[in-house]
Ligand binder design. Structure first.
Ligand SMILES: Nc1ncnc2c1ncn2[C@@H]1O[C@H](COP(=O)(O)OP(=O)(O)OP(=O)(O)O)[C@@H](O)[C@H]1O
Ligand SMILES: [Mg+2]
Length: 233
């Protein structure tokens, strides 16, 4: 019998320590393994180290100790898309993040495909300032797709969006992480507990360390227990 191919975790973190220089370390002996493609969520109180962790995974910070192993390219998506959309038009912004070595035709095709995948087909020439907040966030996600990222690191991507755009962005990421061909892996930070319904696993981060994976529903229940006999709010 041929042994089945081992599944390589998209992200593996061991013994991660990081301090900003003052006081207590932001991350202490952090470990995390994402077992496969899908939508994985992290929840934790303010200052628990979530954004610091994403910056370390993205390579913007260097760990004091520990190991981060990523399969494929990570890309960060921030809470405020205005902090990452740099050029005036949708197409020019996406061109900026393309991998090197593509010819003009391939570049145009990759930009068109990224826009189509996030529901903004044909908007290459559109000025970014004319997009809604939800469209800007989807454009930021298109930037990650155009850069050939396979691990999306989303830091409260819906915090500034209205409920409809929040749902659109969540469903978009869910779809990209569950497509039949080359599904992506997303690590999604949220304070919105209702978003936990759509994840494949959720973990709680507190005091610079990450707890075990559990179902979104069980984490949600543990963080917001229903009042006895009362309706869910
Ligand atoms: N640029 C920085 N310089 C110094 N300390 C920082 C910096 N960024 C974060 N910290 C500190 O690191 C710790 C973790 O912060 P981090 O931003 O990672 O938390 P968080 O879980 O993302 O919080 P929030 O939910 O508010 O976004 C905090 O004590 C914070 O003050
Ligand atoms: Mg944060």
């Amino acid at each position: 019998m041929t042994p089945s191919a081992a599944v390589v975790p998209p992200l593996s973190i061991e013994g991660l320590h990081f301090g900003w220089g003052q006081g207590r370390n932001a991350l202490h002996n952090c470990r995390l393994q994402i077992p496969g493609p899908g939508l994985w969520m992290l929840v934790g109180s303010n200052g628990s180290g979530k954004s610091t962790l994403l910056r370390l995974i993205a390579g913007l910070l260097t760990p004091a100790e520990g190991r981060i192993t990523c399969q494929g390219r990570p890309a960060l998506v921030f809470q405020n898309p205005d902090h990452q959309l740099l050029l005036p038009s949708c197409g020019s912004d996406l061109q900026l993040g393309l991998p090197e070595g593509l010819d003009d035709g391939e570049r145009a095709e990759r930009v068109a495909s990224a826009l189509a995948q996030v529901g903004l087909p044909g908007l290459q020439q559109r000025p970014i300032h004319s997009l809604s907040g939800g469209q800007k966030q989807r454009l930021a996600i298109a930037g990650a797709l155009a850069s050939a990222a396979t691990l999306l690191l989303l830091d409260e991507p819906t915090a500034l969006l209205d409920p409809d755009s929040q749902r659109d962005v969540l469903e978009l990421i869910h779809r990209l992480c569950h497509r039949s061909t080359s599904p992506l892996t997303a690590l999604w930070i949220t304070h919105r507990l209702e978003e936990l319904e759509r994840c494949d696993g959720a973990a709680r981060m507190e005091g610079g360390a990450i707890g075990p994976w559990q179902s979104g529903e069980s984490l949600r229940r543990s963080l917001a227990p229903l009042p006895a006999g009362g309706p869910e709010r």
